[in-house]
Design a binder for this molecule. Sequence first.
Ligand SMILES: C[S@@+](CC[C@H](N)C(=O)[O-])C[C@H]1O[C@@H](n2cnc3c(N)ncnc32)[C@H](O)[C@@H]1O
Length: 333
Amino acid sequence: MSRRIERRRARKGPAASPAETSLIEGIQDMELGAERQLIPFSSESCIEPKRTLDLFNEVLKDILQSPTLHDHVQEVKRALYNRDYMAAFDTDNKRFAYVSRWTPARALSYSSLFASFQAIKRLLADKDQKRKVLCVGGGAASELVGIASLFCRLKEFNPNSDSQLDVTIVDIANWSTVVTHFTSYIKSHWIYKPEKLNTTFIEGDILDSKVISNEGFDVDFITLLFTTNELFCAKRSETIKFLQRLNTNCKKGAYLLIAESAGSYSHITVGTKKFPVQFLVDTILVGKPNDDNGAWEIVDSSESCWYRINEKEVSYPMKLENMRFFFRLYRKR
Ligand SMILES: C[S@@+](CC[C@H](N)C(=O)[O-])C[C@H]1O[C@@H](n2cnc3c(N)ncnc32)[C@H](O)[C@@H]1O
């Protein structure tokens, strides 16, 4: 904890009001964010990386042994390289190849990232609350495993409490088999009362306003991880409208996390100029710099941070990629 927060806590005494606690945590997150360049490999608030990889080894047992897996991985790689996102995920073979190759490292990094936000930890640690999370573009289950890893570890302290996590995943590709398999493993291995963690998969285009009703955005935490760029590339004005729907329909105090590759891969061309995608998103969500009048405020961010796999601690039959990305954690005003 920073000295500034310690001093603040000492001045205020231990019994801070919820509003004060939230403010202090916001400052704490921002202070961490300023120096945030490395997401730790693991967190004591999450299921251990080795146990997380056990999940992948078990759920994907047959696929990891399949002689055609490598070919399907190459097909996905080619499609992603060509930014042909629809072709990348249009068959179960390709979807399971993606999940085998890329989801494990992403799930590890997302659990550690989520756990590093005091605000998200506090949200899930409350033993009396039922929380709702919406993962946009989360069909490949990285976000599901990441958030479940945090919730299930925190739930170990109060296994019989009322707290509950409902995760809704919306994705344009049909990842329902993947989500069902991962959900059932998590329910049977990671949580004492399986009914306390539930998932719903919705196959649909998030840019189509009929797919999620306005009430569907009434959740505590929304994730948009490695998906925003794809949305902007596919349909720019609809993506702007989607972000504006978040401005209108999310409730006060809700959190929104956006992450994308750091660097020029995430630049969007508007007219003749190229902008980092986060500039456009910040302008829509937070408003113009210094105006301070947007629907959301940034509580934590990094322009470029690394998540690195500790290869001494874990092994997995396929490559576990290190990740470099930018992120923003927003809170609805
Ligand atoms: C690059 S993948 C990222 C997957 C995952 N979020 C992660 O970080 O591992 C992008 C995901 O967004 C989904 N997607 C793309 N366009 C979408 C849209 N219009 N509506 C919903 N999902 C979409 C894709 O099907 C894919 O699952």
